[in-house]
Design a protein around this ligand. Structure first.
Ligand code: ZN
Length: 617
């Protein structure tokens, strides 16, 4: 996928009035110059959700959600930025042509190819489904599903299917409908005859008689994208213990990228948001059983282990995941040596940590999986298991205590060392700090001792952060916010700031990165579309900040105000430099030359500060 040019983003922002867009989702009420509504992102009784037609932004004073028209569509529909852009483009009839892609005929061809693949997948899903529900060949599959508690009604709801145990049943059917073998091979539903099972495609001009069906003698689960279009399939063998793989998935195709789709998400995303927690189970049947039993905040990572992309995807919906660990695997691994092996094998915890998800572990009893368990114990008992699931590190400590003697200091430090490595995957320093305190207290070791076990690179990183804090001055947040507001909204103020040596000054001020980005961008204050395009380059947290600033009243004389605020920043920086120089001069081992230099520097800084405090102009 290419990137969307910023001119296109501006054009789309200009054509989509934010009041109309949000108004098409729910009614807005006029309130003075703005519009108001009950916030869709948090529960409230009186409206604190403001849409500004003059700024073309939204902001909630309750939960501080806010941003551009793109952000609204992203957050409301839970889609990524390119999807939001395409959606808004389609709304006003603008064609989005992504850079780095050939344009014109090629673009059309790709679009056509994608449409054809989606149509083929939709029709294939119907065909597999009809095999299961209506045809005689589907009998063994019906029997199998019945025994697994999947009624006809459930099979219909999930559009389950059956692929006959024949070499060319699907291919024959599809070719009769007019699909050519080349397209069938691209879809992954059919394999070229000379293609081995490792999935190496050789698609150069295959002949019809040289292909065979990928899915044979399997229950078929359609895999959907998050808007519910079928983009791939997963096939399960009817009987366990045959030499073929139990589950077989579609290969990577133009529609399907492995490891970035979660099975069931199109049906479960609402429940995920409501629960703010995702129950992650292994297989599609587990997911269907849980969902049908009323536990609807579930996802299945699709055969492969829980990947980084899936972690990122889930973080859009929830802050917490509960991993249902198969007792069989856990048990076997535990017998081997320690939980570490298991953790190495299933990196779910790692990918979850990397995205700042809280991880809890629900271990299934030996010989049980979520599917069998919920059928045996029912919804409430299962919910209790989920609610009682210990946090990842508690689980780990408990498991380790079973296997090793944690009263031995050596064993304890060995475990602490492993945990320190696990913690180091957490990117957020605050979360890492919290985990460090928690684990050291659970293990009964000193926090400072535990910290020395953290990988060296991380300790160094922490030290650099401290060193950086000494180098930069801290200006009051409000001053930075005011300058941002002026730079965003007033042409004259922006021109003034851009003419200053802002790069050098702002590099020395903590928390001024956003102001530097505003000044570095080519946004035009009088043009709300360019403002929306700029906001599209920000993180969601930055966008919230900017949308709240935009709703503040502008000072009447922006041109002189900006000079006053800027002066304040420069004074802050000089005072900080002065402070650093004064503290340096007290260091005992300085040479005479160093002292003279520092004295000169101090005098120079004092002079500069004095000049700055003279009235402007
Ligand atoms: Zn809100």
């Amino acid at each position: 996928m290419g990137t969307i040019p910023s001119e296109t983003i501006e054009q789309i922002a200009a054509a989509n009035d934010i009041v109309e867009v949000i108004g098409s989702y729910f009614p807005l009420k006029r309130a003075g110059a703005n519009f108001k509504a009950l916030c869709p992102f948090h529960q409230e009784k009186t409206p604190s959700f403001i849409v500004s037609p003059s700024r073309q932004t939204f902001h909630c004073f309750g939960c501080s959600a806010g941003g551009s028209v793109f952000r609204f569509v992203m957050d409301y529909e839970h889609v990524d930025f390119p999807s939001a852009v395409r959606k808004l483009a389609a709304r006003v009839g603008i064609t989005v042509v992504e850079k780095s892609r050939a344009i014109g005929a090629d673009e059309d061809r790709q679009y056509e190819a994608r449409r054809l693949l989606l149509k083929l997948h939709a029709e294939a899903a119907e065909w597999f489904h009809a095999n299961l529900m209506k045809r005689e060949i589907g009998e063994p599959a019906r029997k199998y599903l019945k025994q697994r508690g999947i009624t006809a009604e459930k099979a219909k709801r999930w559009q389950l299917g059956y692929a006959p145990d024949e070499w060319d049943a699907f291919g024959r059917w599809a070719r009769q409908l007019g699909y050519d073998t080349r397209d069938l091979i691209i879809s992954g539903l059919v394999k070229a005859k000379d293609e081995d099972d490792s999935g190496q495609n050789q698609i150069s001009n295959p002949k019809p008689q040289t292909s065979y069906d990928r899915f044979r003698g399997r229950i078929i689960f359609p895999i959907c994208n998050d808007v519910g279009e079928v983009i791939a399939f997963s096939g399960r063998l009817l009987k366990d213990g045959e030499e073929a793989a139990k589950y077989l998935n579609s290969p990577e195709t133009p529609l399907f990228r492995k490891g970035s789709v979660l099975f069931g998400l199109h049906k479960t995303k609402r429940a995920l948001i409501d629960a703010n927690c995702a129950v992650v189970c292994e297989g599609q049947l587990d997911l269907i059983s849980l969902f049908e039993a009323g536990i609807t905040n579930v996802v299945a990572p699709q055969g492969t282990a829980f990947t980084e992309n899936q972690g990122r995807l889930l973080k859009r919906f929830v802050d917490e995941v509960v991993l249902c660990f198969d007792a069989d695997t856990a048990g076997a691994q535990a017998a081997e040596r320690s939980l570490e092996a298991l953790l190495q094998k299933d990196r779910a915890w790692f990918n979850a940590f990397a995205y700042e998800l809280t991880v809890r572990i629900a271990e299934m009893p030996t010989g049980q999986d979520p599917d069998s368990l919920i059928r045996r114990e029912g919804k409430e008992a299962f919910e209790k298991r989920i609610a009682d699931a210990p946090e990842f590190f508690d689980y780990w400590i408990a498991r380790s205590a079973e296997q090793t003697d944690l009263t031995s200091m050596t064993a304890k430090m060995q475990l602490a060392r492993q945990m320190a490595i696990a913690i180091s995957y957490t990117r957020d320093p605050f979360l890492r700090g919290e985990l460090t305190s928690k684990i050291s207290s659970r293990l009964g070791v000193l926090k400072s001792d535990f910290e020395t076990l953290l990988p060296k690179s991380q300790r160094e990183r922490a030290e650099t952060v401290e060193a950086a804090a000494v180098r930069v001055a801290s200006a009051p947040r409000h001053d930075i916010a005011m300058l941002c507001l002026l730079a965003l909204r007033d042409e004259e103020a922006r021109d003034f700031l851009c003419s200053q040596n802002w790069r050098e000054i702002l590099a020395q001020v903590a928390g001024a990165e956003i102001l530097a980005r505003i000044l570095a961008s080519d946004l035009r204050p009088s043009d709300t579309a360019s403002l929306n395009a700029f906001m599209a380059t920000l993180s969601s947290a930055e966008e919230r900040l900017v949308s709240s600033w935009l709703l503040q009243k502008m000072p009447p004389n922006a041109g002189t105000m900006v000079q006053k605020w800027w002066l304040g920043i420069r004074q802050t920086v000089l005072r900080h430099q002065l402070e650093v120089a004064r503290s340096r001069i007290t260091i005992p081992q300085l040479s005479a030359g160093d002292i003279v230099n520092l004295q000169k520097q101090i005098l120079d800084l004092q002079q500069q500060l004095h000049e700055l405090s003279q009235p402007v102009g």
